[in-house]
Structure formats: structure tokens, C-alpha cells
Design a protein around this ligand. Structure first.
Ligand code: PMT
Length: 219
């Protein structure tokens, strides 16, 4: 019997993006890449050809997965769009929403007499929304939503606004987790349905998510 994702191409993003301020400083976030990389491993285990676009992380690449390393949101966008077409896109990366308008070529110095530094930030392109409206749109586009409150409300908003097929929402924050730790809990929403996965090890939650993706792809 063939595996559920045999013959399918699955593109996964994972980890944070780092937005450079100057040669020694950047704006980043707490994503370790564990969740997205577990998703890539789970898709490979179900028989898919998997391409993983990863921000700066320290997690090993799963066997059989092709990985493209990037740093910034702009680089992640270029790598993701460059890997289309795919049957499925799963955006687990914590992509920066803002990036400095310009990167200083030299280390920013403290100015005598000034206790503040003003950085001008501009919006980054929304990779997930762009994939979902792309001429080579994957059959299934799956987003993640990291929320500290009103999880269903915000997740369903992103599902609709970004024109997604599924969104996997996790509660994040100092106590709840999501970022960095080895376990997670997801509630996956789609038009007319939802399913709770975990709490459990990210490897297990990822396997359940990918099984649901395979189910929805067939359905
Ligand atoms: O990496 P870990 O430490 O294991 O932590 C896992 C996780 C908490 C990072 C992961 O489970 C998760 O929630 N990932 C999405 C984090 C996030 O940035 O969520 P968001 O609600 O801000 O973004 C919504 C969606 O839009 C995400 O799929 C994101 O990849 C995508 N996005 C956001 C901004 C942008 N410019 N481009 C995007 O594609």
C-alpha cells in the first residue's frame, strides 16, 4: 500500500527570520524551528517530497528532506516562491512582520546627549498570503497562527483574510509555550470545521497535522 503523501510535493517554512539593523544587531523572535521541522519530517515520513525553507535555527535537517537556509523575511519569500509549484504549503515560520527601512553599513553608535534611538520599520511581504493567491497556488495552503488571546477569533480571521485552506493555531506566551519548547497543542480551523491536536510532543502533533493535511488533500 502506498503512503498517503506519495507523489506529493510539500513545501514547509520553519523558524524565525532575522531582520538586520546593522552588521552586529538584528530583530528576531523566539521561534526555534522545532515545530516546522517536525512538520517537514512528518510529511517526509508519509511519503512526500519535502522542501524545508528554514530561518536561522539549530535543529538538524530530517533525513530525506531538502533544506534551504535563509535569514530574512525577504530571503524566505524568495526561496518559498522559487520552490513553487507544490501540492501543499505549510507556513510554520515566525516571519517578522516588520523590517528596518534600511540596514546601516556600520555599527550604530551611541550619540552623546541622546538616550533614545529611533528605528523606522516597514512591513514585510506576507509570504503566506502571497502563496495562497499565487498563479501556481498549491492545492492546500496551511497557515499557523501564534496568538496570546482570542485564539479562534484571530485564527479564523487569518484563515479568511489570507485565503487559506487550514490554519493551525497555538496559544503562545511565557506560560503557555508554543515557541522553543518540545511540546505543543494546536487547534486547526477550516471553513466549517476544527480539530484539536495535542497537547503532546511537537513530533506527535506534527504527525497528526500532516495526517489531517493528507485527509483534506484527498477530500
Ligand atoms: O519554532 P518553534 O519554537 O517550535 O515554535 C513554533 C511556532 C510557535 C513558531 C509555530 O507553532 C507558529 O505558530 N508559527 C507561526 C508563527 C507566526 O508568525 O504566526 P503569525 O500569527 O504572526 O503569522 C500567521 C501566518 O502568516 C504564519 O503562517 C506565518 O508563517 C505567516 N506569515 C506572517 C508574516 C509574514 N510576513 N509572512 C508570513 O508568511
Amino acid at each position: 500500500m502506498s503512503l498517503p503523501l506519495a507523489g506529493r510535493r510539500v513545501l514547509v517554512s520553519a523558524g524565525p527570520t532575522f531582520e538586520d539593523i546593522d552588521p552586529v544587531r538584528f530583530i528576531g523572535n523566539r521561534s526555534s524551528g522545532k515545530m516546522g521541522i517536525a512538520v517537514a519530517a512528518a510529511a517526509q515520513a508519509l511519503g512526500a517530497e519535502v522542501v524545508l525553507v528554514a530561518g536561522p535555527v539549530h535543529v538538524a535537517t530530517p533525513d530525506g528532506v531538502r533544506r534551504i537556509d535563509v535569514r530574512s523575511a525577504a530571503q524566505m519569500r524568495e526561496a518559498v516562491l522559487g520552490e513553487l509549484p507544490a501540492d501543499v504549503y505549510i507556513g510554520a515560520a515566525a516571519v517578522a512582520d516588520f523590517t528596518p527601512r534600511s540596514v546601516s553599513g556600520h555599527k550604530l553608535k551611541k550619540t552623546a546627549g541622546s538616550d533614545t534611538l529611533v528605528l523606522e520599520l516597514v512591513r514585510t511581504p506576507d509570504i503566506l498570503a502571497e502563496v495562497a493567491t499565487h498563479p501556481r497556488r498549491p492545492s492546500l495552503v496551511v497557515g499557523f497562527a501564534a496568538e496570546t488571546h482570542d485564539v479562534e477569533h484571530y485564527a479564523r480571521g487569518k484563515l479568511a483574510n489570507k485565503k487559506l485552506d487550514l490554519i493551525a493555531a497555538n496559544l503562545v506566551g511565557a506560560a503557555e509555550g508554543g515557541f522553543e519548547r518540545d511540546d505543543n497543542a494546536l487547534t486547526v480551523y477550516w471553513a466549517g470545521g476544527e480539530r484539536t491536536l495535542g497537547p503532546a510532543a511537537k513530533t506527535l502533533v506534527a504527525a497528526q497535522l500532516v495526517a489531517l493535511v493528507a485527509e483534506r488533500l484527498d477530500g
